[in-house]
Design a protein around this ligand. Sequence first.
Ligand code: AMP
Length: 308
Amino acid sequence: MSLVIVGSVAFDAIETPFGKTDKIVGGAATYISLAASRFVKQSKLVAVVGGDFPKQDIEMLRQHGVVTEGLQIKENEKTFFWSGKYHNDMNSRDTLVTELNVLGSFDPILPASYQDCEYLMLGNLSPDVQSSVIERLQKRPKLIVMDTMNFWMEIALPALQKTLTMVDVLSINDEEARQLSGEYSLVKAARKILSMGPRYLIIKKGEHGALLFHEDQVFFAPALPLEEVFDPTGAGDTFAGGFIGYLASTGDVSFNNMKRAIIHGSALASFCVEKFGTERLKEVSEQELDDRLQDFIELVQFEIKIKA
Ligand code: AMP
């Protein structure tokens, strides 16, 4: 089993109704790697940062089993910067700033040791970069999962459409699914998106859970009702990292196992939102994760007798 993760490693500045941060370490690939590392011993990162990125954070990733051979450091350039502000309901946010910096000219170089990739997670990045990673792998991975966002739908739709034809699973939120398909009904949106390339579609609905579509099958996973939602940044990436990490660790990519993978991803995402940035994700213990998985089981377990 070998898992390769591509995505942004970033500085984020976040504002929620509960507080504000200056530049803290974030980025899709950071959350994905930290989440996946709960299930796999090693994940191989492909990303780029500037000379301003703290060396101790690269070390922190290594300590979590993240292989950083494919992490480029452009000493004279600046790390990607994103800033967002959450609305009062925390389900929606405005992007205040996107400074691509090093990401603007990112050429994802795959070290030879990454060519054994069986599971590929394409975190939110330019769709051209995402497709070039697939093209640079000598052997097609067993499973390719992709995330994207409205930003790329607006500035790079043709490239996004091409990348969609190359992947197995697309993971996006409800707003993005509506934008990509032009449909309000998520069932219709799913049908349209599944005809664009991916065989599986995950639609994330924030605090309202997630849906998995495949052919005519649908699975719904709730999100755990939480007392504390402090900062939802990275929840989607944490979910995706948990999802692919679980699949990679079990080696089973069936629809039934994807259901379990979604619950594992949701459980990790429920921790991510409890503190700013990656803070909470880094400290989740085995026991806490097991307890939360149990909470999920109890949340949706019921018995009904249907009259014959
Ligand atoms: P999420 O909350 O799961 O949607 O992901 C938030 C993360 O995505 C933040 O840590 C950002 O650094 C990162 N991000 C935001 N916009 C972009 C973008 N255009 N390209 C790559 N990463 C991004």
